[in-house]
Design a binder for this molecule. Structure first.
Ligand code: SF4
Ligand code: SF4
Length: 512
């Protein structure tokens, strides 16, 4: 067992109102600069919809993430030779139009136009070239199903479900999906980089770009299946979500989490077994990848895990934080949070509580009590089409984990309504979803009334070490053709073969 610690996020989709505050505050903090006008490290998509960049989930076209070849994990874009051959003509590279042409307005006309009979108008101009632009697409063009069914019909997950499903689904509900970089355990962006500029910090698992090493090959852009690396066309370097590491290092949540109006984001530590990541990501049946990733996470209350974590040099505060982690609670204990597109095999670390509210609304609309657990359980099973859609997003198509998560949320609503009305709760409700009253109430506290310090449990003990870490980029990849640019196949490789004293002493690996 090789214990490592990772900061991870869970978002409760039931509470997202699609206000885009997270996107705007992130943009204001990180990408309010020339060269990255089109970049949104945090974006909020309406589902069903094509997303941003357009149809990024269509890996048949973009070939991001990993695939299994003869049982071995290789980048979906091909082995090292094939990737090198595509350095100068990469068919998996999105164009600016796949994102959108960023635009501004010719405001000067409003003040400088000569006196005339017509009122001057500020026309849109490209923020890149300055030329007049026609605005036909944007990062949030499909907001709240704007343009549906034209745009929703082009959603790759909807298309996999079939035409009939699509229309029935649209009548059922829509929801918002906020997205940031997943800070994956097995990041294909890192393995794609020919310069070794992308790295995963060993201290907290945050995936970053070393701006000094980046040569602008953009293989990370095409290698990431979530399309969460962006090319700065002014600096010629790649940029991406940093998980706001300067804030995290001093115990503050990311900007998107801090400013989230719905208070739906949770940040905490997960302990995991680094030795099991490669095997889990290579799970043959893609519908088992969710369970495989769960199997990588370790129980921070297990004395054997704590012993190994201490031996690995993980600071005491991090182990304590892992025990209080809201992310661990929602993912591992209550099992209501699920990974986004586990079939990409990158082992994503931003997980989602699927939305239940539309099911409640749909039920209430038919005249039934939308809070009654019996009715709710039936409704979840009846609304199989959205269930399949959610499964297409979160479990590679397996509806069972999604159904169980929704049933647990339904049991919680029903139980807490009885408690709040002073009625005796039905003990059979939690039991039907494998829970007891205590854990249902603990889950309610976390999902409904958690305070700031319960939603963000971020250790700060290693702040001093974090500065040392900035100088020792690590490269992360899992074996075979998908190895790191330096040819190594280990998960963590110290770039200079050395590591600073006191940091994860057992994790040092020499390049083979
Ligand atoms: S592969 Fe994962 S870690 Fe890398 S940019 Fe994409 S989402 Fe982030
Ligand atoms: S700020 Fe929160 S509620 Fe608003 S869109 Fe972002 S994630 Fe959703």
């Amino acid at each position: 067992m090789r214990v490592m610690a990772q900061l991870a996020m869970v978002m409760n989709l039931d509470k997202c109102i699609g206000c885009h505050t997270c996107s705007v505050t992130c943009k204001q903090t990180w990408t309010n600069r020339g060269g990255v006008e089109y970049a949104w490290f945090n974006n909020v998509e309406t589902k069903p919809g094509q997303g941003y960049p357009r149809r990024y989930e269509d890996q048949g076209r973009w070939r991001g993430g990993w695939t299994l070849r003869h049982g071995r994990l290789v980048p979906a874009a091909g082995g090292r030779v094939r990737r090198l051959l595509s350095l100068f003509a990469n068919p998996g590279m999105p164009h600016l139009d796949d994102y959108y042409q960023p635009w501004t307005y010719d405001y000067r006309t409003l003040t400088d136009a000569p006196l005339g009979d017509d009122t001057p108008v500020a026309r849109p101009v490209s923020a890149v070239t300055g030329a007049p632009a026609e605005v036909t697409w944007g990062p949030n063009w499909e907001d709240s199903l704007g343009g549906a069914p034209e745009h929703a019909a082009a959603d790759p997950v909807v298309q996999r479900l079939g035409r009939e499903v699509r229309f029935e689904y649209e009548q059922a509900f829509m929801f918002y999906l906020p997205r940031i970089c997943e800070h994956c355990l097995n990041p294909s962006c890192v393995a794609s980089c020919p310069s070794g500029a992308m790295y995963k910090r060993s201290e907290d698992g945050i995936v970053l770009v070393d701006q000094d090493r980046c040569r602008g090959w953009r293989m990370c852009v095409s290698g990431c299946p979530y399309k969460k690396v962006y090319f700065n066309h002014k600096t010629g370097k790649a940029e991406k979500c940093t998980f706001c590491y300067p804030r995290l290092e001093v115990g503050q949540p990311t900007v998107c989490a801090e400013t989230c109006v719905g208070r739906l984001r949770y940040i905490g530590v997960l302990l995991y077994d680094a030795d099991r990541v490669g095997e889990a990501a290579s799970t043959k049946d893609e519908q088992r990848l969710y369970q495989a990733q769960l199997g990588v996470f370790l129980d921070p209350h297990d004395p054997a895990v704590v012993r190994e974590a201490q031996r690995a040099g993980i600071p005491h505060d991090w182990i304590t934080a892992a025990r209080r982690s809201p992310v661990h609670e929602l993912i591992c204990r209550h099992r209501v949070a699920l990974p986004l597109h586990p079939e990409y095999r990158t082992m994503p670390m931003v997980w989602y509580v699927p939305p239940l509210s539309p099911v409640v609304d749909a039920l209430a609309g038919t005249g039934f009590d939308g809070e009654d657990s019996g009715n709710l359980f039936g409704a979840i099973d009846t609304l199989r089409i959205p269930l399949d859609y959610l499964a297409g997003l979160f479990t590679a198509g397996d509806p069972e984990p999604v159904r169980m998560a929704l049933r647990r949320l339904a049991a919680m609503r029903s139980h807490m309504r009885a408690v709040n009305l002073g009625e005796p709760p039905d003990p059979a409700g939690p039991a039907r979803v494998g829970m007891d009253a205590g854990s249902v109430e603990a889950m309610y506290r976390l999902l409904a009334v958690a305070k700031y310090e319960d939603r963000y449990v971020i250790p700060t003990a290693a702040v001093g070490d974090a500065h040392d870490l900035e100088g020792i980029a690590t490269t992360c990849a899992v074996g075979g053709d998908g190895g790191a640019a330096d040819g190594s196949t280990d998960l963590f490789v110290w770039r200079d073969g050395e590591r600073p004293a006191g940091l994860f002493p057992t994790l040092r690996r020499e390049a083979p």
